[in-house]
Design a protein around this ligand. Structure first.
Ligand code: 6PG
Length: 499
């Protein structure tokens, strides 16, 4: 490679592993790129790893900014939250109108909206972009979800298309939609990621504590699954984890790792937003809750002693159970993706994102953490019916799910009987059973709400809302001695339903 160029077409702020690797990926595709980090050791690392490539690191911000072609394209890959705001504040006085700032971190979508408004008002271009794929993805092909300022995205589009992962020749990057659509979609990607990871963890628990398999046998199950219809990045790395020895020992590193799972917040945000939008994603909620529950180690140990012994091995024939487990895993995986996709559809309407769910499934097929063979089916379903309300309505998915449900029931029933915790498996199954219930028992909840709080109910076959005086007259009179009746109650016309 020729000498390092003196001006660069793209700049990166934050030379942690992700930022550095993304720059090296760009440099490998012959883009002249610059990086900035306050930490001189990270700048040195970039120089070392980028030797012979068109890449240069800087440890002062003005020098870095001056090294870039104008209008400048500068991406930030720094931890989400206040740091993003402080980097923008430091950067702003050094920029010229028309320069482009890209936030490639896992920012909350409402922060992205706020930052876009402020920067656009100041004459800058700004857009948020979800980047998935971890270190390896950043270095050799991530999946990217840019949203917001389309004009600005189009300036850097050729670069991102060049470095993205490719599936069937197509880059795993596409313009997602206006506003904070890119960060929103990345957040939901992570929610699905939490769901799938919880599912794999519960499967590990069943294989270990339920069937009593050793690590080698568990690794074999995951390997075998990953060679079939369950193929996914997460199963792929899981099978590797089941082959990784702790250094200088004869056992797996996994066995030395504490059972307390951490998180940075994107899964929780997915659940929070889903609740705000009244769009249930219970498998993802469960995954978030279980990470939190895992942190209560001392309490779990106390309760294990108090209520033990647990768990009991599964009273099942191994080969048949493993067949059911494969079905159950498939079923749960479908449900997890389905919840995420439905959340995207609802958010798209609510926030006018205009999301193309087929396109999103398409760019998730490569590079990202939730990539899997099944994303092809999701892609096909939404390509055929872009307005599909729920993945379970797709005919092919219906056939696959129908075949897998018996396995899901077998697994949940056996686990529950044995006292083995399978919260995500059980939640997904109940979610499915609820969704296929044409008449839920929720009429009783409405009756109760009206009974104790006069919250009214709606009647089958009648327009409007109704309230009933549920207590007999004498009890009502007794109650009235202690309560002041409001004027609105007096004017109500009780209706006694005859159904
Ligand atoms: C990705 C990942 C990435 C990050 C997770 C970790 O798509 O590459 O999702 O963004 O590793 O957000 O999240 P937790 O720390 O919350 O598990």
């Amino acid at each position: 490679m020729s000498a390092t160029p003196t001006t660069f077409s793209f700049g990166m702020i934050g030379l942690g592993t992700m930022g550095r690797n993304l720059l090296l990926n760009l440099a490998d595709h012959d883009f002249a790129v610059a990086g900035y980090d306050k930490d001189a050791s990270k700048v040195s690392l970039l120089a070392e790893e980028g030797a012979g490539k068109p890449v240069q690191g800087f440890s002062t911000l003005p020098e870095f900014v001056d090294s870039l072609h104008t209008p400048r394209s500068i991406m930030m890959l720094v931890p989400a939250g206040k740091i993003v705001d402080s980097v923008i504040e430091e950067l702003r006085p050094l920029l010229a109108p028309g320069d482009i700032i890209i936030d490639g971190g896992n920012s909350h979508f409402t922060d992205t909206d706020r930052r876009a408004a402020a920067l656009e008002a100041a004459g800058f271009h700004f857009f948020g972009m979800g980047v998935s794929g971890g270190e390896e993805g950043a270095r050799f092909g991530p999946s990217m979800m840019p949203g917001g300022d389309k004009e600005a995205y189009q300036v850097v589009q050729p670069m991102f298309e060049a470095i993205a992962a490719r599936v069937e020749g197509e880059p795993c990057v596409t313009y997602i939609g206006p506003g904070a659509a890119g960060h929103f979609v990345k957040m939901v990607h992570n929610g699905i990621e939490y769901g799938l990871m919880q599912l794999i963890a519960e499967t590990y628990g069943l294989l270990k504590n339920g069937l009593g398999l050793d690590n080698a046998a568990i690794g074999q199950v995951f390997t075998q699954w990953n060679n079939g219809r369950l193929q996914s990045f997460l199963l792929d790395i899981t099978k590797d984890i089941f082959a990784f020895q702790a250094p200088n020992t004869d056992h797996l590193l996994l066995d030395d790792i504490k059972d307390e799972a951490r998180s940075k917040g994107t899964g929780k945000w997915t659940s929070q937003v889903a609740m705000d939008l009244e769009l249930p994603v219970p498998t993802i909620d469960t995954a978030v809750a279980l990470r939190d529950l895992s942190k209560y180690k001392v309490l779990r140990e106390q309760l294990a002693t108090l209520y033990g012994p647990a768990p009991t091995p599964l009273a099942v024939e191994h080969a048949a159970f493993l067949t059911s487990l494969e079905q159950a895993f498939f079923f749960n995986m479908v449900i997890t993706y389905a919840q995420g996709m439905q959340l995207l559809a609802k958010a798209s309407k609510e926030y006018s994102y205009g999301l193309q769910l087929a396109e999103i499934a398409k760019i998730w097929r490569g590079g990202c953490i939730i990539r899997s063979s099944f994303l092809n089916d999701i892609f096909n379903a939404f390509q055929q019916a872009p307005q599909l309300e729920h993945l379970l309505l797709d005919e092919r998915v219906r056939d696959l799910v129908t075949q897998a449900v018996p396995g899901a029931r077998t697994v949940v029933a056996a686990a529950v009987a044995a006292g083995l915790a399978v919260p995500a498996y059980a939640t997904s199954l109940s979610y499915f059973d609820t969704l296929r219930t044409a008449r839920m028992p929720s009429n009783l909840i409405q009756a109760q709400r009206d009974y104790f709080g006069a919250h009214t109910y709606e009647l089958i076959g009648h327009e409007g809302v109704f309230h009933t005086q549920w207590t007999p007259a004498h009890e009502d009179a007794a109650n009235k001695q202690d309560t002041q009746e409001g004027p609105e109650n007096k004017s109500e016309q009780p209706v006694i339903p005859n159904k």
